[in-house]
Design a protein around this ligand. Structure first.
Ligand code: C2E
Ligand code: MG
Ligand code: MG
Ligand code: MG
Length: 280
């Protein structure tokens, strides 16, 4: 009967819900200890100037090695870290770690490029970002223009006045700002000129579908807007020579994606830079 099958479905559904909730709860519990237990590491992905054939930047991406589950994807644990507020101390730790690492690359002669760190909305609600950035820069003796913060359109739009005020102060320090996943948010273009950013990062969905005429048109227009507003542009998720050729033909020179380099542990970057040094 309907009642029986309904009951049956419900229990299967219930089990799945239960399994997901249990994983979520256990991850949340473990996330609270992860920082103290040194379970986070940072990997770095190059941003590549495809005309000059040199790396012009790096993006720092967080990795969590869970003692039992192994690597947990940021797309799973970042939302939990955001909801619980844990993202704030994690990002403060990352700021110090990344700035120190970048400074080390300078002194070792490995590279001297800006490294970007992704910012959650929480970072702008808490009021401590400016001081944390300043402290990380002082602690590491890194010049401010070698640090970049990646924000998303939704962060900028959520609390526009407050975010703009904080970003303006950070930029006075010399810190760079980029707008991540550009084109997928709901920002009205009318506000774009009011957000203090250096760079637009074209979201990877457009690059993935760049064979489609309509996506090509969107990419081309993002590049044009960036040019007209005097912003730099980076294409994300570049995986194939066809995509590179298209992007170059549209005037985009800086690209980030698996084709040029996957996110790598800091220890591998030295060799990567040597192997990929321009042979002019
Ligand atoms: P995102 O900031 O847009 O970072 C780019 C993501 O695309 C990274 O995934 C990167 O590994 C991936 N990617 C790069 N090139 C390619 C490519 O050619 N093809 C494909 N398919 N993917 C590519 P990841 O590291 O898994 O991070 C996912 C998202 O998690 C990030 O997106 C960012 O929103 C968030 N995230 C990562 N680390 C942090 C962090 O330290 N703090 C915060 N707040 N968010 C972070
Ligand atoms: Mg990013
Ligand atoms: Mg992105
Ligand atoms: Mg993304």
């Amino acid at each position: 009967t309907a009642k029986d099958s309904g009951k049956n479905k419900f229990s299967v559904f219930d089990q799945e819900m239960n399994r997901q909730q249990l994983r979520r709860m256990s991850l949340e519990k473990d996330l609270r200890k992860a920082l103290a237990c040194s379970e986070f590491t940072v990997v770095y992905q190059p941003k590549w100037d495809s005309f000059l054939n040199v790396a012009v930047g790096l993006e720092a991406l967080l990795r969590w090695k869970h003692p039992e589950h192994g690597l947990v994807s940021p797309t799973e644990f970042i939302p939990i870290a955001e909801e619980t507020g844990l993202i704030v101390p994690i990002t403060y730790w990352m700021l110090k770690d990344v700035c120190s690492q970048n400074r080390l690359w300078h002194t070792e002669g490995v590279a001297a490029v800006p490294v970007s760190i992704n910012m959650s909305a929480r970072m702008f609600e808490n009021g401590g970002l400016y001081d944390a950035v300043e402290e990380a820069l002082t602690f590491s003796e890194l010049e401010a223009h070698f640090l970049e913060l990646e924000i998303t359109e939704s962060i900028a739009m959520n609390n526009m006045e407050e975010t703009v005020a904080q970003l303006s102060r950070l930029r006075l320090l010399g810190v760079r700002v980029s707008l991540d996943d550009f084109g997928t948010g709901f920002s009205s273009l009318g506000n774009l000129d009011e957000i203090p950013v250096n760079t637009l990062k074209i979201d990877q969905v457009f690059i993935r579908k760049s064979r489609m005429h309509s996506k090509k048109a969107i990419i081309s227009n993002i590049i044009a807007i960036a040019g007209n507003l005097n912003l730099e542009v980076v294409a994300e998720g570049v995986e194939t020579p066809e995509q590179i050729e298209l992007l170059q033909s549209l005037g985009c020179r800086v690209m980030q994606g698996y084709y040029y380099g996957r996110p790598m542990p800091a220890g591998e970057l030295g060799e990567w830079f040597i192997a990929n040094a321009a042979v002019s």
